[in-house]
Design a protein around this ligand. Structure first.
Ligand SMILES: NC(=O)c1ccc[n+]([C@@H]2O[C@H](COP(=O)([O-])OP(=O)(O)OC[C@H]3O[C@@H](n4cnc5c(N)ncnc54)[C@H](O)[C@@H]3O)[C@@H](O)[C@H]2O)c1
Length: 253
């Protein structure tokens, strides 16, 4: 049986990388999927692929850092499909490894807005729907090993991803323990996606702090989509408040 049969999922940042693979995998497991991104072209490509495969994916251009867009995407899931069972807060941006001393206000503000405040607002809209549903819901936050260790990104990225893990645990301990909404985080290590191309002007000090950690195992978006599927499905029904590291062992040593 399909693992997400009759579920309604919302995946942010689904125009590329891990979010795209999650949207396709969730739909192939029986979910109706609302896929959002600021990348219109990416969403058009996803829509075409979904149609070719007979998968039910609705795409919406939405900026996670804009409250009206966040509300719109949750409303669309509910108005189109009558429910919201799974939210994946996946959209995220990097920060060129900038140190505190180097980080300009607009870099800090943008990274926090996309990586932390966006997931907070999306989760707020989602729990208000999920709380009223008989079967509750599931929220998955795509954090990073930068959310667990100090130098796997710059100051803003690391702070935003630590914050996202804090938000995950807070929601898990309230809505998971006293309600019916499970909330977990994924902490990917290196994954081959377009995000690597956004590192255009890396900080010298920030890069030095990251240092030579030996060869970094690189995963694929498909591998991470399977981690998300586990957390989205009933296979993980007793997993709540967890941070699932998926880094090929990079941080194990
Ligand atoms: N690739 C890695 O090595 C890695 C490692 C750890 C964590 N992560 C995290 O995984 C998540 C997915 O990253 P990815 O590697 O697939 O990157 P990606 O760049 O391939 O995909 C991210 C998507 O998010 C979208 N996005 C960016 N800003 C947005 C906004 N304001 N509103 C809506 N969408 C927006 C982008 O347009 C893009 O399509 C991110 O949160 C990232 O921080 C990635």
């Amino acid at each position: 049986m399909k693992k997400l049969k009759d579920k309604v999922s919302l995946v942010t940042g689904a125009g590329a990388g891990m979010g795209r693979e999650m949207a396709l995998l969730f739909a192939s497991e029986g979910s109706r999927v609302v896929a959002t991104d600021i990348n219109k072209q990416g969403l058009e490509g996803l829509k075409k692929e979904a149609e070719a495969k007979g998968l039910d994916i609705t795409t919406i251009v939405a900026d996670i850092s804009k409250e009206e867009d966040v509300d719109k995407m949750v409303e669309t899931a509910v108005s189109s499909y009558g429910a919201l069972d799974i939210l994946v807060n996946n959209a995220g941006i990097m920060d060129n490894f900038k140190t505190v001393g180097e980080a300009a206000n607009d870099l800090w503000d943008r990274v926090i807005a996309v990586n932390l405040t966006g997931p907070f607002k999306a989760s707020r809209s989602a729990v208000r729907v999920m709380e009223k549903q008989k079967n509750g819901g599931v929220i998955i936050n795509n954090s990073s090993i930068g959310g667990m260790f100090g130098v796997r990104g710059g100051a803003a990225y690391v702070a935003s991803k630590h914050g996202l893990i804090g938000l995950t645990r807070n929601m898990a301990a309230t809505y998971g323990v006293f309600g019916n909404i499970r909330v977990n985080a994924i902490a990917p290590g290196g994954v081959e996606t377009d995000i690597q191309d956004t590192i255009k002007d890396p900080s010298e000090l920030g890069s030095k702090a990251i240092g030579d950690k030996g060869e970094i195992p690189m995963g694929t978006s498909g591998q991470l989509a399977k981690v998300a599927l586990f957390l989205a499905s009933d296979d993980s029904s007793f997993v709540n408040g967890a941070v699932l590291t998926a880094d090929g062992g990079w941080t194990a040593g």
